[in-house]
Structure formats: C-alpha cells, structure tokens
Ligand binder design. Structure first.
Ligand code: CDP
Length: 196
C-alpha cells in the first residue's frame, strides 16, 4: 500500500511526537525532515554541496537537536538549491511501499501534495516556546525569541514557505494534551485508510 501522512507546522508544535505515534500505530516508516536541514547546516562549508552529498551517517550526529542547530537549519532552508537537492529522497520515502509519515514544513504543499492525509499541527508561540524550554532549558525569554525568529523566517521565505495546505486538517495543540492531539491525528488517518 502507498499511503502518505504529511505533518507540517511551526517549531515545537508537536509534529514529531504525533508523527512517531502515528507511524508506530499503523506500522508506517517515519521521517523527521527537519533533521535533513539540521544536518546540512551542521556539516559546514557550502550548504548546497552538503545537501547534495548528505548521507544517513550525517543524520546520526548527536549535535542536531540544539536551538543553534535549529536556527542554522532555517538559514540554509531558505536556499532553493538546498531544498531542491533534498526533494527526490523525501518523495521516494513518502511514496515507498508500506506507508510513510513525514513531518516538516512543506510536506503537504510541495514534497507530497498527493498525500492521503495532511495535518497542520500548530500552537501559540508561547505554548511552543514553553515546550521547547522544557526540552532544552536555559533562558525562557531567549527560547521564545528563537521560536518566533525561526517562525518568521520559515513563513516568510520565497521558496516553500511554511503554510497549511488547503486540504490539511488543522490541529491546534495550544489547549490539547498530547494524548488528545495524537488521538485526533489517529482518527484522521483511520478515516482515510483504504477499507480492509
Ligand atoms: O523540531 P522543530 O520543529 O523545532 O524543527 P525542525 O522540524 O527540526 O526544522 C528545523 C528547520 O528546518 C526549520 O525551522 C525549517 O527552517 C527547516 N525545515 C524546512 O525548511 N522544511 C522542512 N520540511 C523541515 C524543516
């Protein structure tokens, strides 16, 4: 079965948690596409060349989760040649036999507009910054500023800006527990699955 669940949304909205839960429940492969951009930035040098030679080993680095790595990722993510170099891999992953969940910024709009399920997971900047702060610690005001700066860059760029696809199910997790958000995502997938 070819079946794609596209999950897009701003930083720290809960895409990863929802993506992993959906993939585990339905036995689909899961790709956190943010890791591709984080790895390209972390490799240093010319980001276009880095994107073209990206390999699985680059994604296994243990320094990709920091706030600084997220900021650096969003800077290389505005470069059209970087994005173009990563398209084919993501498309293949999305349409591989067995089902796939991809989370990112442009999955439902650019990478896989034909996805069977599109979710746009969002929450207020304050709620998202609080969640990210619980993960990374440090100065809470700086974490909020980082989240807002990255949102502005991701939404404002010319190539593949962050936005909800017209046919996406919007999941605002500001006032939802993670269990409820996951349950709503599962329900959207169940509804779209072919009858078994
Ligand atoms: O985990 P979090 O939501 O904070 O970030 P991420 O998903 O790891 O993405 C890091 C950065 O990569 C984002 O701020 C985007 O600039 C970029 N990105 C993108 O442009 N397109 C994607 N499909 C995924 C990430």
């Amino acid at each position: 079965m070819i079946f794609t669940v596209a999950i897009d949304g701003p930083a720290a909205a809960g895409k990863g948690t929802i993506g992993r839960a959906v993939a585990a429940r339905f036995g689909f492969a899961h790709l956190d596409t943010g890791l591709l951009y984080r790895a390209v930035a972390a490799m240093g040098g010319d980001p276009v060349a880095a994107a073209r030679r990206l390999s699985a080993a680059d994604l296994a680095r243990d320094d990709l989760r920091s706030l600084a790595a997220g900021q650096a990722a969003s800077r290389v993510a505005v470069i059209p040649e970087v994005r173009a170099a990563l398209v084919a891999f993501q498309r293949r992953f999305a349409r591989a036999e067995g089902g796939a969940v991809l989370d990112g910024r442009d999955i439902g709009t650019v990478i896989c507009p034909e996805a069977e399920v599109k979710l746009y997971v969002t929450a207020s900047a304050e709620v998202r910054a609080q969640r990210r702060w619980l993960e990374v610690g440090g100065d809470a005001a700086a974490v909020l500023a980082e989240v807002m700066e990255r949102d502005a860059r991701d939404m404002g760029r010319a190539d593949a800006p962050l936005r909800a696809a017209a046919d996406a199910v919007i999941l605002d997790t500001s006032d939802l527990s993670i269990e409820t958000a996951v349950a709503q995502a599962m329900a959207a997938v169940e509804k779209a699955l072919p009858q078994r």
